[in-house]
Design a protein. Sequence first.
Length: 157
Amino acid sequence: MKSFRKRQVGSMLLEGLIAVLIFSMGILAIVGMQAATLKASGDAKYRSDAGMLANQLVGTMLVSNRLPATLKANFDSSVSGAPSYATWSADVQNALPGVAANPPTVSVVDATDASATSRLSQVTITIFWQAPNDSALHQYINVVEIGCAVQTSGLCT
């Protein structure tokens, strides 16, 4: 009987160490899930902000003169000195990280049919950002068509 007890000495300590190991693995898994959740939450916030900024620009376009030539002159990023684009681009740089190295682009293309009495522009807005400590460049693309009916005075309604 005495030899049986000698073989069991320390088994309680071993069971305790195994329990601590399993508990530690569970805690590490929870910490890892929390880190992944924080990263996903940050990505969702930046994507939401990019969508809001793109919609803000579309709203500005809708309340301005919607003739294709005017939209291109005021909002197209390829046009040097486009005033409304410059203002909006500054807002984007203040709201999203990494935009200074990757400025947003706005493309305004006249999509009007030659025989139509209304004018139509296809606008493509692309916003880039790079989250802190993230090597990937993210983007949000919004494509919208903005049209107007041209009156005899040449104004858009």
